[in-house]
Design a protein around this ligand. Structure first.
Ligand code: PGA
Length: 259
């Protein structure tokens, strides 16, 4: 991995989204476990975020492997009358170490605001989970020159500044341009560099020195074919991978591009 990223260990995270019944999830987890068991060096971290229904079963398959599991969302409250929701502690209880928060599909489909994402991040840290906070501009926002302003607003609103448990290890920020997710389109190198360097700068303003240890992931149409180029960019400390994380060989190839 290039990018002079020093101490920051790359993170390759797979977001399975709402894909996979039990047989599919187990087959994918078993293929990842077989790959992981044959591997000696772990220069980067690997994480998979299956649907909540598969978290326990996938976690059991991956037990003892160097592959962590995470949720795709959690509720901001610790427990209570929230039908259909899942708390951060419930994810941790299933074996999750991580949770993805504020993904653009949740911001769009469920109207999640920056404030709600922040409250979820506070809950996640409180339950001992590490949080991947997602931000990213829509195509209309980019076309109208508002990308950096949108990223600043989302960051300052969503990152749980000043909260217990916030550290360079427990917070990850994923830059995911909405127009690049699931479309096969990726930003240019310059666009990724500009966004990541802006995010690092803004984070420094928000959390000071901790910002230097926070990993910044790029997400949006990452595939084995483009992973090496993207992961070599300065301030890109890993990837959040959707579609290409549903095939073990492709996901493992992306991991290999990070180390
Ligand atoms: P994609 O999704 O890799 O399928 O574009 C990325 C994401 O939404 O995290």
């Amino acid at each position: 991995m290039g990018g002079q990223n020093g101490q920051r260990r790359p993170l390759i995270a797979g977001n399975w989204k709402m894909n996979g019944l039990r047989a599919d999830g187990l087959a994918l987890a078993e293929a990842l476990a077989a790959w992981a068991k044959g591997r000696q060096a772990w220069g980067a971290e690997m994480l998979v975020c299956p649907p909540a229904t598969l978290l326990g079963a996938v976690g059991r398959v991956l037990e003892g492997c160097q592959v962590s599991i995470g949720g795709q969302d959690c509720h901001a409250a610790a427990q209570g009358a929230h039908t259909g929701d899942i708390s951060a502690a419930m994810l941790a209880d299933c074996g999750a170490d991580w949770v993805i928060l504020g993904h653009s599909e949740r911001r769009q489909d469920h109207g999640e605001s920056d404030g709600l994402v922040r409250a979820k991040a506070v809950a996640a840290l409180g339950a001992g989970l590490k949080a991947i906070v997602c931000i990213g501009e829509t195509e209309a926002e980019r076309d109208s020159g508002r990308t950096l302003a949108v990223l600043s607003r989302q960051l300052s609103g969503s990152v749980p500044v000043g909260e217990d448990g916030l550290s360079g290890d427990s917070l990850v920020v994923a830059y995911e341009p909405v127009w690049a997710i699931g479309t096969g389109r990726t930003p240019s190198r310059e666009q990724i560099l500009e966004a990541h360097s802006h995010i690092r700068g803004e984070l420094t303003g928000l959390v000071g020195d901790v910002a230097g240890a926070v990993r910044l992931l790029y997400g949006g149409s990452v595939k084995p074919e483009n992973a090496a180029e993207i992961l070599a960019l300065e301030d890109v400390d890993g990837a959040l991978v959707g579609g290409a994380s549903l095939k073990a060989d492709g996901f493992c190839a992306i991991y290999d591009a990070a180390v």
